[in-house]
Design a protein around this ligand. Structure first.
Ligand code: CAA
Length: 258
């Protein structure tokens, strides 16, 4: 199943979404973001999918929001239509784990979409940046908030104020990406990681994702309490029982996602 803007496929229990607007280095216009949102929601609803991989091309994950589409808009235009909110926040509705597999440019909105994913696996040619200042604006899809949380205030300020590009090695050193792999291994590595995750219990993976995300959104005390309650709640699942029983019986667990 695919259309011109996103190409989707399913491998085992992994859903793969590829941004596909090569003529514009996957610049994120409304049509592409709508297509991405629809693909995410479809995969979120599909019980046969346990993890999602979002990727682009070997040249660009996404080179940002579509500058040509924004160029003529006025303040009134962007506030009345809530530019960037309408179809950019769909990602945040996805409870299943989402991995960003990034090759080439992940700039502006492209870097922001990658940061909305749960973790980033980067090809060795990946380039990250929030260069909005160079076109007279600032990040609009969470870059000024998620980047400092990922890489510290100092490096985020450097990136946002100078608009410079960070290569994959710097991005891994700074904590923005979890792993770097050679470009030709990116898809395999992302699929392998996603397959591992999709082999876990889905409700437990969702609980784990919620708990880690809580670290971004609340105080340590509240986050630890949330984690404790969620940990206790896993004891109400079949899969927690199966996981521990399988360990004790020295066999592989068979999770039923319940
Ligand atoms: N919007 C619209 N079109 C874009 C684009 C973007 N963000 N990025 C690239 N394109 C288009 C180019 O206009 C060009 O189209 P034409 O062939 O029709 O001229 C095509 O994609 C290929 O791009 P380049 O010829 O520029 O390719 P390059 O290899 O020389 O340079 C690049 C690559 C450094 C990524 C350069 O394209 C670039 O700087 N792009 C803009 C990056 C940017 O500023 N992103 C932030 C956007 S604002 C934003 O994202 C706001 C937000 O927070 C939500």
């Amino acid at each position: 199943m695919h259309d011109s803007l996103v190409i989707t496929r399913i491998e085992g229990r992994v859903g793969i979404i590829q941004l596909n607007r090569p003529s514009h280095l996957n610049a994120l216009n409304d049509a592409l973001m709508d297509a991405l949102g629809a693909a995410l929601i479809e995969m979120e609803k599909n019980d046969d999918i346990g993890c999602i991989v979002l990727t682009g091309s070997s040249k660009a994950f996404a080179a940002g929001a579509d500058i040509s589409a924004m160029q003529k808009l006025s303040y009134h235009d962007v506030t009345k239509d809530d530019l960037i909110s309408r179809n950019w926040e769909t990602m945040l509705q996805v409870r299943k784990p989402v991995i960003a597999a990034v090759a080439g440019y992940a700039l502006g909105g492209g870097c922001e979409v990658a940061m909305m994913c749960d973790f980033i696996i980067a090809a060795d040619n990946a380039k990250f940046g929030q260069p909005e200042i160079k076109i007279g604006t600032i990040p609009g899809a969470g870059g000024s908030q998620r980047l400092p949380r990922a890489v510290s205030k100092s490096k985020a300020m450097d990136m946002v104020l100078t608009g410079r590009i960070m290569d994959a090695v710097e991005a891994e050193r700074a904590g923005l990406v979890s792993r770097i792999v050679p470009l030709d291994k990116l898809n395999d590595e992302a699929l392998e990681a996603a397959t591992v995750i999709a082999g876990m219990s889905l409700p437990i993976a969702i609980a784990a994702k919620e708990a880690v995300n809580r670290a971004y959104e609340t105080t340590l005390r509240e986050g630890v309490l949330f984690e404790r309650r969620t940990f206790h709640a896993t004891f109400a699942t079949q899969d927690r029982k199966e996981g521990m029983t399988a360990f004790v019986e020295k066999r592989e667990p068979h999770f039923t996602h319940q």
